[in-house]
Design a protein around this ligand. Sequence first.
Ligand code: ADP
Ligand code: MG
Length: 352
Amino acid sequence: MNIGIIGGGQLGLMMAQAAKPLHHKIISLDPNPRCPLASFSDLHITASYNDLEKIEYLVSKSDVITYEFENVDLDLISKFEKLIPQGRRALEISKNRLLEKEMAEKLGIKTAKFHKLSDENIEFYPCIIKTTTGGYDGKGQFVISNKEDLKSADFDINKEYIVEEYISFDYEASVIITRDSFGKIECFPTPINNHKNNILNTSLVTKDFPMIVKKKMEEYSKKIIENLDYIGTMAIEYFITNEDVIFNELAPRPHNSGHYSIEGCSVSQFENHILAITNEVIKKPVLLNNTLMLNILGQDNTYIENAKKTNNIYLHMYGKDEFITNRKMGHITFLRNDLEDINQTLIHITKE
Ligand code: ADP
Ligand code: MG
């Protein structure tokens, strides 16, 4: 098939890397002619994401279309919805934190207490205030402990905000889940996610993730993906306290916390995404060994040098032109029999 990909970043690139061995052709659309996917796709269209004429050109060249990020224009997606298995609804919901949490509530899924911010009417402290749309990697968020904090928060009066109860969670974990056009659903082994400066730093996947928590997370995630009538791979983030599972947010696309699956599982999040959107049956992912994925940001040059001197690791560089602080440049994955080895390898790669 000819697969059109809107967005030429690393997610688009890794989708294409999974699609090519399955004999698909890739047409990419991104404003940057030197984006990671451009040199790998069969045809690259340099255009902004709301350039209707260029999107129509992409559509004319593609049998199916996928997007790799949430900032796609909803009206455009509506226009070509039949060609986009991920659909419109998942995008609409995930673009707005209020809609996202309301959906979870309706489905009987636990969330942090929340309400819309109007006239600074905060119902609980401590809380975290986030823009309802457009935020990512912790951008547009304020942690507020009391009324005093509120005075110093630098809100943008043109934006809408959501107030969420601050959760003192034990850890964060995500479900990477795929649904195909036959209604079959598969969940990937659960990564535990650690963030640094609100950006994902590591995802650790082990064989001994608590079963009760995993079951609850997967039950919630299946409800969500079915309710959204979504086809493809998506990620759903949760906070975990003891055995309590609290929904945080969803991303209607393959996700950074699922990159580990490229080498860590019998099938990757990208391959299952491609299978799903091309009307094939998805595969059951099996964890091959304890796996750790480490992100490489613009300031992490030493990781690359150290990684090159380390045995049995997989280094992925996305081919971005400029190393900029906090920009995701690549990632490293490694599989080890025991967790102590995972820690040692991580220390080795991240040492100065
Ligand atoms: P985004 O990833 O879109 O920037 P998130 O809602 O995932 O936004 O928030 C970023 C990070 O902030 C989370 O991964 C988590 O560590 C922290 N965080 C978000 N919401 C809460 C909350 N209600 N309580 C405690 N920590 C939170
Ligand atoms: Mg998040």
